[in-house]
Ligand binder design. Structure first.
Ligand code: FPP
Length: 228
Protein backbone atom coordinates (compact mmCIF):
# COMPACT_ATOMS: atom_id res chain seq x y z
CA UNK A 1 0.00 0.00 0.00
CA UNK A 2 1.36 3.38 -0.97
CA UNK A 3 0.81 5.85 1.86
CA UNK A 4 3.29 8.48 0.64
CA UNK A 5 3.98 8.99 -3.06
CA UNK A 6 6.76 11.32 -4.20
CA UNK A 7 6.96 12.52 -7.81
CA UNK A 8 9.70 14.17 -9.86
CA UNK A 9 7.52 16.01 -12.38
CA UNK A 10 9.86 16.08 -15.37
CA UNK A 11 9.38 16.60 -19.10
CA UNK A 12 7.28 19.78 -19.38
CA UNK A 13 9.84 21.26 -21.81
CA UNK A 14 10.04 18.18 -24.04
CA UNK A 15 6.24 17.80 -24.03
CA UNK A 16 5.94 21.39 -25.30
CA UNK A 17 8.75 21.14 -27.87
CA UNK A 18 7.16 18.04 -29.42
CA UNK A 19 4.00 20.07 -29.94
CA UNK A 20 5.70 23.18 -31.28
CA UNK A 21 4.73 25.04 -28.10
CA UNK A 22 6.85 27.17 -25.76
CA UNK A 23 8.42 25.85 -22.56
CA UNK A 24 6.01 28.10 -20.66
CA UNK A 25 3.09 26.29 -22.30
CA UNK A 26 4.67 23.07 -21.08
CA UNK A 27 4.89 24.34 -17.51
CA UNK A 28 1.29 25.58 -17.68
CA UNK A 29 0.13 22.16 -18.82
CA UNK A 30 2.26 20.62 -16.06
CA UNK A 31 0.68 22.83 -13.41
CA UNK A 32 -2.81 21.83 -14.61
CA UNK A 33 -1.88 18.17 -14.27
CA UNK A 34 -1.27 18.46 -10.53
CA UNK A 35 -5.04 18.48 -9.90
CA UNK A 36 -5.44 15.36 -12.05
CA UNK A 37 -2.65 13.59 -10.15
CA UNK A 38 -4.11 14.64 -6.79
CA UNK A 39 -7.56 13.28 -7.60
CA UNK A 40 -6.03 10.01 -8.85
CA UNK A 41 -3.97 9.79 -5.65
CA UNK A 42 -7.07 10.29 -3.49
CA UNK A 43 -8.91 7.51 -5.38
CA UNK A 44 -5.92 5.23 -4.76
CA UNK A 45 -6.04 5.91 -1.01
CA UNK A 46 -2.71 7.77 -0.93
CA UNK A 47 -2.37 10.12 2.06
CA UNK A 48 0.76 12.14 1.16
CA UNK A 49 1.83 13.40 -2.26
CA UNK A 50 5.19 15.18 -2.40
CA UNK A 51 5.86 16.99 -5.68
CA UNK A 52 9.22 18.35 -6.85
CA UNK A 53 8.16 21.68 -8.33
CA UNK A 54 11.30 23.84 -8.08
CA UNK A 55 14.80 22.84 -7.02
CA UNK A 56 17.58 24.91 -5.49
CA UNK A 57 19.33 24.42 -8.88
CA UNK A 58 16.32 25.68 -10.87
CA UNK A 59 17.20 29.28 -9.89
CA UNK A 60 19.92 28.96 -12.57
CA UNK A 61 17.32 28.69 -15.36
CA UNK A 62 16.68 31.79 -17.54
CA UNK A 63 14.98 34.61 -15.60
CA UNK A 64 11.85 34.49 -17.75
CA UNK A 65 11.35 30.79 -17.14
CA UNK A 66 11.82 31.23 -13.38
CA UNK A 67 9.24 34.04 -13.47
CA UNK A 68 6.75 31.83 -15.33
CA UNK A 69 7.20 29.03 -12.78
CA UNK A 70 6.79 31.42 -9.83
CA UNK A 71 3.65 32.87 -11.46
CA UNK A 72 2.23 29.37 -11.90
CA UNK A 73 2.93 28.54 -8.27
CA UNK A 74 0.99 31.63 -7.05
CA UNK A 75 -1.81 30.89 -9.47
CA UNK A 76 -1.95 27.25 -8.39
CA UNK A 77 -2.25 28.21 -4.70
CA UNK A 78 -5.11 30.61 -5.51
CA UNK A 79 -7.07 28.84 -8.23
CA UNK A 80 -6.82 25.33 -6.74
CA UNK A 81 -7.90 26.41 -3.25
CA UNK A 82 -11.65 25.75 -3.83
CA UNK A 83 -10.84 22.29 -5.22
CA UNK A 84 -8.55 21.57 -2.28
CA UNK A 85 -11.32 22.52 0.16
CA UNK A 86 -13.85 20.39 -1.78
CA UNK A 87 -11.54 17.36 -1.88
CA UNK A 88 -10.14 17.61 1.65
CA UNK A 89 -6.62 18.41 0.47
CA UNK A 90 -4.12 19.96 2.84
CA UNK A 91 -1.35 22.01 1.25
CA UNK A 92 2.17 22.14 2.67
CA UNK A 93 5.59 23.05 1.33
CA UNK A 94 9.17 21.99 1.97
CA UNK A 95 12.33 23.82 0.94
CA UNK A 96 13.96 27.21 1.32
CA UNK A 97 10.63 28.91 0.67
CA UNK A 98 11.89 32.23 2.05
CA UNK A 99 13.70 32.55 -1.32
CA UNK A 100 10.41 32.71 -3.25
CA UNK A 101 8.96 36.03 -4.45
CA UNK A 102 6.53 37.67 -2.00
CA UNK A 103 3.46 37.06 -4.19
CA UNK A 104 4.11 33.33 -4.30
CA UNK A 105 4.82 33.17 -0.56
CA UNK A 106 1.67 35.08 0.30
CA UNK A 107 -0.57 32.92 -1.90
CA UNK A 108 0.99 29.73 -0.55
CA UNK A 109 0.78 30.82 3.09
CA UNK A 110 -2.90 31.67 2.66
CA UNK A 111 -3.72 28.28 1.09
CA UNK A 112 -1.61 26.44 3.70
CA UNK A 113 -3.54 28.13 6.52
CA UNK A 114 -6.96 27.64 4.90
CA UNK A 115 -6.36 23.92 4.29
CA UNK A 116 -4.58 23.04 7.52
CA UNK A 117 -7.47 21.00 8.92
CA UNK A 118 -8.05 18.96 5.74
CA UNK A 119 -6.89 15.38 6.01
CA UNK A 120 -7.90 13.33 2.97
CA UNK A 121 -4.61 14.01 1.15
CA UNK A 122 -1.63 16.20 2.00
CA UNK A 123 0.02 17.76 -1.05
CA UNK A 124 3.53 18.69 -0.07
CA UNK A 125 5.20 20.88 -2.69
CA UNK A 126 9.00 21.04 -2.77
CA UNK A 127 9.97 24.63 -3.62
CA UNK A 128 13.49 25.98 -3.72
CA UNK A 129 14.17 22.48 -2.44
CA UNK A 130 17.41 20.52 -2.46
CA UNK A 131 18.07 17.27 -0.63
CA UNK A 132 21.55 18.40 0.34
CA UNK A 133 20.24 21.83 1.37
CA UNK A 134 17.67 20.10 3.61
CA UNK A 135 20.39 18.11 5.38
CA UNK A 136 22.63 21.18 5.72
CA UNK A 137 19.69 23.24 7.05
CA UNK A 138 19.06 20.49 9.63
CA UNK A 139 22.70 20.54 10.73
CA UNK A 140 22.60 24.32 11.08
CA UNK A 141 19.47 24.12 13.24
CA UNK A 142 21.33 21.70 15.50
CA UNK A 143 24.36 24.02 15.66
CA UNK A 144 22.07 26.95 16.52
CA UNK A 145 20.77 24.95 19.50
CA UNK A 146 24.36 24.61 20.75
CA UNK A 147 23.70 20.93 21.24
CA UNK A 148 26.75 18.91 22.20
CA UNK A 149 25.20 15.49 22.81
CA UNK A 150 25.56 12.93 19.99
CA UNK A 151 22.51 12.57 17.77
CA UNK A 152 20.97 9.44 16.24
CA UNK A 153 18.95 9.03 13.03
CA UNK A 154 15.59 9.11 14.78
CA UNK A 155 16.35 12.43 16.45
CA UNK A 156 18.00 13.89 13.36
CA UNK A 157 14.74 13.49 11.41
CA UNK A 158 13.16 16.07 13.73
CA UNK A 159 15.36 18.75 12.16
CA UNK A 160 14.30 17.99 8.56
CA UNK A 161 11.60 20.07 6.82
CA UNK A 162 8.61 17.76 7.51
CA UNK A 163 9.50 15.38 10.35
CA UNK A 164 5.90 14.26 10.84
CA UNK A 165 5.47 13.02 7.27
CA UNK A 166 6.47 9.35 6.89
CA UNK A 167 9.12 8.48 4.26
CA UNK A 168 7.83 7.95 0.70
CA UNK A 169 6.94 4.37 -0.16
CA UNK A 170 7.26 5.06 -3.88
CA UNK A 171 9.07 7.63 -6.03
CA UNK A 172 7.81 8.17 -9.57
CA UNK A 173 9.97 10.06 -12.05
CA UNK A 174 8.32 11.04 -15.32
CA UNK A 175 9.97 11.40 -18.74
CA UNK A 176 12.57 8.66 -18.51
CA UNK A 177 15.60 10.08 -16.70
CA UNK A 178 17.27 7.68 -14.25
CA UNK A 179 18.43 10.01 -11.49
CA UNK A 180 17.34 11.51 -8.17
CA UNK A 181 18.32 15.12 -8.99
CA UNK A 182 18.87 16.07 -5.34
CA UNK A 183 15.30 15.13 -4.30
CA UNK A 184 14.54 13.88 -0.76
CA UNK A 185 17.99 12.34 -0.35
CA UNK A 186 17.36 11.36 3.28
CA UNK A 187 13.73 10.32 2.93
CA UNK A 188 14.07 8.16 -0.20
CA UNK A 189 16.59 5.76 1.36
CA UNK A 190 14.24 2.77 1.22
CA UNK A 191 11.63 3.95 -1.28
CA UNK A 192 10.78 1.93 -4.37
CA UNK A 193 11.61 3.72 -7.63
CA UNK A 194 9.45 3.82 -10.76
CA UNK A 195 10.45 5.65 -13.92
CA UNK A 196 7.97 6.17 -16.74
CA UNK A 197 8.68 7.63 -20.18
CA UNK A 198 5.41 9.59 -19.96
CA UNK A 199 5.99 13.35 -19.80
CA UNK A 200 4.53 15.07 -16.74
CA UNK A 201 1.76 16.93 -18.65
CA UNK A 202 0.49 13.50 -19.85
CA UNK A 203 0.57 11.90 -16.38
CA UNK A 204 -2.89 10.62 -15.46
CA UNK A 205 -4.81 7.96 -13.54
CA UNK A 206 -3.50 5.25 -15.90
CA UNK A 207 0.14 6.21 -15.40
CA UNK A 208 -0.43 6.15 -11.66
CA UNK A 209 -2.18 2.76 -11.87
CA UNK A 210 0.81 1.29 -13.75
CA UNK A 211 3.22 2.61 -11.13
CA UNK A 212 1.08 1.28 -8.29
CA UNK A 213 0.82 -2.14 -9.96
CA UNK A 214 4.60 -2.26 -10.26
CA UNK A 215 4.95 -1.25 -6.60
CA UNK A 216 2.46 -3.97 -5.62
CA UNK A 217 4.60 -6.67 -7.19
CA UNK A 218 7.75 -5.78 -5.25
CA UNK A 219 9.10 -7.22 -2.02
CA UNK A 220 10.32 -4.50 0.32
CA UNK A 221 12.99 -5.72 2.68
CA UNK A 222 14.42 -2.49 4.14
CA UNK A 223 17.86 -4.11 4.11
CA UNK A 224 16.72 -7.14 6.06
CA UNK A 225 15.72 -10.64 4.96
CA UNK A 226 12.01 -10.25 5.56
CA UNK A 227 10.40 -12.43 2.85
CA UNK A 228 7.06 -10.56 3.01
C1 FPP B 1 10.41 19.82 -15.41
O1 FPP B 1 10.22 20.13 -16.73
C2 FPP B 1 9.50 20.45 -14.53
C3 FPP B 1 9.80 21.45 -13.63
C4 FPP B 1 10.81 22.48 -13.78
C5 FPP B 1 9.07 21.47 -12.37
C6 FPP B 1 7.60 21.17 -12.41
C7 FPP B 1 6.77 22.37 -12.56
C8 FPP B 1 5.44 22.34 -12.78
C9 FPP B 1 4.67 21.10 -12.87
C10 FPP B 1 4.67 23.62 -13.00
C11 FPP B 1 4.50 24.53 -11.84
C12 FPP B 1 4.37 23.94 -10.50
C13 FPP B 1 3.38 24.18 -9.61
C14 FPP B 1 3.48 23.67 -8.21
C15 FPP B 1 2.15 24.92 -9.95
P1 FPP B 1 11.51 20.50 -17.56
O2 FPP B 1 11.41 21.92 -17.92
O3 FPP B 1 12.75 20.12 -16.82
O4 FPP B 1 11.30 19.56 -18.79
P2 FPP B 1 12.43 19.08 -19.82
O5 FPP B 1 13.38 18.22 -19.02
O6 FPP B 1 11.63 18.30 -20.81
O7 FPP B 1 13.05 20.31 -20.38
Amino acid sequence: MVNHLAIIMDGNGRWAEERGLTRSDGHKAGARQIGVAARAAIKAGIKYLTLYAFSTENWKRPKDEVAVLMGLISEFAKSELPNMMRDGVRLRTIGRTADLPLAARTALEFAIKQTEKNDTLTINIALSYGGRAEIVDAVNKIIAEKRTAPIDEKEFVNYLYAPDIPDPDLLIRTSGELRLSNFLLWELSYSELYVTNTYWPDFDENTLAEALASFGSRKRRFGGLNKK
